[in-house]
Design a binder for this molecule. Structure first.
Ligand code: SF4
Length: 457
């Protein structure tokens, strides 16, 4: 006999535990094991008044933000709706069935106030790194560094040519933040190069044509990762120029050493980090092996001898050319003595004109100039070390490992949906990048360390 659903027989009392309705293998259940926010209250205490009305619990807001970033929910308005409706989200946020979900505007108020003043999101990110270290996921033998462009939340049309500078009509919070960070090497002071266009809504975002698409405004998220399990050990927001990204790499290495007491034996990166001063900083100041291609513009396309055809003689401080002659540093007698190296840190070595003019190899060496010149960086020792490393098997392994950081960026954009910023200004970019990196570390731990009951099943 076909059964019929009986209606109008609601129970008067329900016994309902949200806990019982969250699947054992739910991602948030696994993540919850690694979220310990007990220090957050103490950290925030100085930023709350002892007199006024009780505020929304900051732990609730942080838990909601973790849900948003881990589950790729980009809008705070939608996040509030989802937490209201979804049992697993309520469970993670420690909300009962009738627990009130804060209004979305609360996030904005706290972000611009207490959270920013107390650097709370940075602390949250560092908490995830400490936990990854405690779980044995950070080996600290090799690190990799890279940056990725994230579109800024601006309209392309609201912009002016860069050489005209920021017009007085530009106003707003993001503009104030831009003016505050003008001297910061990560943003305005990173490069003397004038941007092609400047945006009136968010002037710290950089007009960039680095990809194959049409140019757009962007910030860069910089990751320093440990190569053992691709844990993000530091993150930094910068404007999208190479100099700023190299500055971020140095800051992240220094900060990781200072905060967590770890530093790598080798650093893996692409050519953007292979400038002579940066290689020298790694090798001479930090004793880190650079597994980085050397940024070298000495390649020749006219079939003449490359620089590598000349041998450097350290004792004599000269190069020996393929014709067996020596190239010495320029030694002209100027009235006012000039520095040995030019402003970019390069010393010029010159062959003697008499040697080149009678040389049989001149057509293959310097067909258009009377004598051959070779530029040598004052940091050539570090460059040579990087070149030698590039010939080893270990370098091939490092090149493969470099993909780990690229995969994290792909995950950030595709799964966490952070391909465009929602917040504006340098502080907005910092907030979003800190939260996203914290979410990626939490998801990493959830994936790498199975739940005990699931592992036994
Ligand atoms: S042209 Fe000058 S630098 Fe070049 S091989 Fe001959 S002597 Fe040496």
């Amino acid at each position: 006999m076909m059964g019929e659903r009986t209606v109008m027989q609601e129970a008067l009392f329900y016994s309902f535990r949200i806990e019982d309705h969250v699947p054992a293998d739910h991602l948030l259940r696994s993540i919850d094991r690694f979220v310990d926010l007990t220090g957050i209250r103490e950290h925030l205490k100085p930023f709350y008044s002892a007199m006024s009305r009780p505020s929304i619990d900051p732990e609730l807001m942080i838990r909601m933000l973790i849900v948003g970033y881990c589950m790729g929910i980009r809008s705070e308005r939608r996040l509030c709706e989802e937490v209201h409706l979804n049992l697993a989200y309520r469970w993670f946020c420690r909300l009962d069935l009738d627990g009130a979900v804060p209004d979305h505007s609360t996030f904005s108020k706290n972000r611009h106030g207490r959270f920013r003043d107390s650097d709370l999101l940075r602390k949250l990110f560092e908490m995830t790194v400490e936990r990854c270290m405690a779980e044995g996921l950070v080996g600290a033998e090799g690190f990799a560094v890279d940056a990725s462009l994230i579109r800024a939340d601006v309209h392309r049309q609201r912009s002016e040519p860069g050489e005209e500078g920021l017009p007085p009509k530009a106003a707003g919070r993001a503009v104030r933040e831009y003016l505050e960070v003008l001297d910061d090497a990560a943003f305005g002071g990173a490069t003397p190069v004038t941007p092609k266009r400047i945006n009136l809504t968010d002037p710290a975002a950089r007009w960039t044509a680095a990809t194959r698409e049409a140019a757009f405004y962007s910030y860069s998220t910089n990751y320093l990762i440990d190569l053992d399990h691709a844990v993000i050990v530091d993150v930094e927001a910068t404007t999208s120029v190479r100099q700023a990204e190299v500055t971020a790499q140095r800051r992240m290495i220094d900060r990781t050493q200072e905060r967590f007491g770890i530093w790598p034996e080798r650093l893996v990166a692409d050519t953007a980090y292979g400038s002579a001063p940066n290689l020298a900083w790694l090798v001479e100041d930090k004793s880190i092996e650079p597994h980085i291609p050397v940024f070298d513009k000495s390649a020749r396309s006219d079939d003449t001898f490359e620089r590598s055809a000349f041998t450097f003689d350290h004792e004599d401080d000269s190069y020996v050319c393929p014709g067996g002659k020596r190239l010495h540093p320029s030694n002209r007698n100027f009235k006012t003595p000039r520095p040995r190296a030019n402003a970019d840190g390069f010393v010029r070595y010159r062959a003697r004109q008499q040697d080149c003019s009678t040389c049989d190899l001149k057509q293959h060496c310097t067909p258009r100039m009377p004598a051959r010149k070779i530029m040598r960086s004052v940091h050539e020792g570090a460059r040579d070390m990087a070149r030698n490393i590039a010939t080893t098997d270990a370098y091939l392994v490092s090149r493969r490992q470099r993909k780990k950081v690229e995969m994290l960026f792909a995950h950030l954009k595709r799964i966490l949906k952070l391909d465009r910023l929602r917040l504006r200004g340098p502080n907005g970019a910092k907030d979003e990048f800190h939260l996203a990196a914290a979410a990626q570390n939490l998801r990493k731990m959830a994936k790498m360390i199975p739940m005990p009951e699931l592992a036994m099943a």
